[in-house]
Design a protein around this ligand. Structure first.
Ligand SMILES: [Zn+2]
Length: 442
């Protein structure tokens, strides 16, 4: 890949210099965003300050001349396999904006999620997670790296271009959505609302790498039925009316899960240049009712991760899900009780994977812009799903994740991002906009 040695024009030099010189303003912006409590929801949680944060961003986007659109999507229905049922967005608006280009250039989506994971246990933090603080060149606070810092850097890039009077050729499409950490329903709502562009950047904390692929996932629930009875007495066979231990029946399911996992890890069609093989494991188990009663049920939740190559023509992971269900059911059916009382399956929403080809120009755009500001990143994958997949797959907008900070700091106590990362990322975004959208009259 060609790497730029430095800013390739006077304009680019001016842009980078202006961003470096306005570091304090960028830090204030990132700190303001950290100050809004936008803790990701558990089902049923009330909204927090999502609307206030989006209003704040809207006002600043208005000020740079963007057409802004802040809206509350309607509740999700039932049976849409890609989002949870009956999820409402009351108090959790999405924000889209379009900074119209002056003609001729390509459009670029700048995307970020405004939700941040819970900052509990708050007493373990060295400083208040919602009151940003700089120590030793690091900005601390919940969301500093995942990913309010990245959002601030993107906005600061737009504000700086505006201040310098740079007229981009193509449109800049802005989108800050909710619900990345919880379900992906926010970006999905934005895509349904019409957000799209010729390509996109999602400011996840990639440390200036480009994440061009991710795995998808689903978390099926399985209920194993048993039959209760006193645990301290001897019983007849279940066919003669005796009890059945649902927890012990889980052993068959677990063996099947392990077999599938080993098989998936070695299958040649599961080799991916940027992603780990698909995976399956038990993440939650609940069973039993009383210490001296045969457990009448055992419920488990699985984490199933699958590759972009397994997505079918309908855009789903159905073939993977069918394989999982078929193989586990077959193993369970070797038990006479389970053969007559089959496992009960519930498949929640399908979080679909995506990838952008590594020769897509948005990959070189991001890596080239980072290199210009002295950050050498690589094209790679991220096993864990993130919003870029939704814009890539559902909005026909090839979107890569590219942003400041170290993912290992995300979701931690004392989450932080280096201030120098914020500055360099902001400069890289500004350069990417100039290079991708073109400059009117330039
Ligand atoms: Zn994130």
């Amino acid at each position: 890949m060609d790497v730029d040695p430095g800013p390739s024009s006077l304009l680019e030099e001016r842009v980078v210099t202006a961003i470096v010189e306005s570091e304090a303003e960028l830090v204030r912006l990132a700190s303001d965003l950290i100050g809004f409590d936008t803790t990701a929801r558990n089902p049923g949680d009330p909204p927090r300050e999502e609307a206030r944060l989006q209003e704040y961003l809207r006002a600043r986007l208005d000020a740079v001349g963007a057409d802004t659109d802040l809206w509350e999507p309607g509740p999700t229905g039932r049976g849409d396999r890609f989002v949870p049922d009956d999820l409402d967005f009351l108090g959790r608006p999405q924000l889209a904006a379009r900074l119209a280009g002056h003609g001729g250039g390509r459009s670029l989506l700048l995307n970020g999620h405004i939700d941040a994971v819970s900052h509990e246990p708050i007493e373990q933090w060295s400083s208040h997670p919602l009151k940003a603080e700089i120590r030793d060149g690091e900005l601390y606070g919940r969301g500093a790296c995942d990913m309010k810092g990245g959002i601030a850097s993107m906005l600061h890039a737009l504000e700086t271009l505006r201040r310098l009077g740079v007229r981009l050729g193509g449109d800049v499409v802005w989108c800050t959505n909710t619900d990345e950490e919880s379900s992906g329903a926010g970006s999905y709502a934005c895509v349904r609302h019409g957000v799209k562009a010729d390509a996109g950047l999602c400011a996840e904390p990639t440390g200036f790498d480009v994440w061009l692929a991710c795995r998808g996932g689903v978390n099926p629930h399985i209920t194993i039925d048993g039959r209760p009875g006193h645990s301290e007495i001897t019983h007849p066979h279940w066919q003669a009316g005796g009890p059945v231990n649902a927890i012990e029946r889980y052993g068959l399911v677990l063996d099947a899960i392990r077999t599938i996992r080993e098989d998936w890890r070695t299958r040649p069609d599961h080799l991916h240049p940027y992603l780990s093989p698909p995976d399956i494991l038990t993440t939650v188990i609940r069973g039993g009712e009383w210490m001296v009663t045969y457990p009448s049920s055992c419920e488990i939740t699985l984490s199933v991760q699958y590759l972009p190559g397994s997505v079918d023509a309908a855009g789903t992971g159905q073939a993977v899900f069918d394989e999982v269900e078929r193989r586990i059911n077959a193993a369970a059916a070797s038990d006479s009780w389970l053969a007559e009382h089959p496992l009960r399956w519930d498949w929640p929403c399908d979080i679909v994977p995506a990838e952008v080809p590594d020769d897509h120009p948005v990959v070189a755009l991001a890596l080239g812009a980072a290199a210009t500001v002295g950050r050498t990143g690589v094209a790679t994958g991220m096993d864990s799903w993130h919003d870029a997949a939704v814009y890539t797959r559902r909005a026909d907008t090839p979107t890569v994740s590219f942003g400041p900070g170290d993912l290992r700091k995300a979701h931690t106590i004392d989450e932080s991002v280096p201030v120098s990362d914020l500055v360099d990322f902001s400069a890289a975004v500004a350069l990417a906009l100039v290079r991708w959208c073109g400059v009117a009259g330039g």
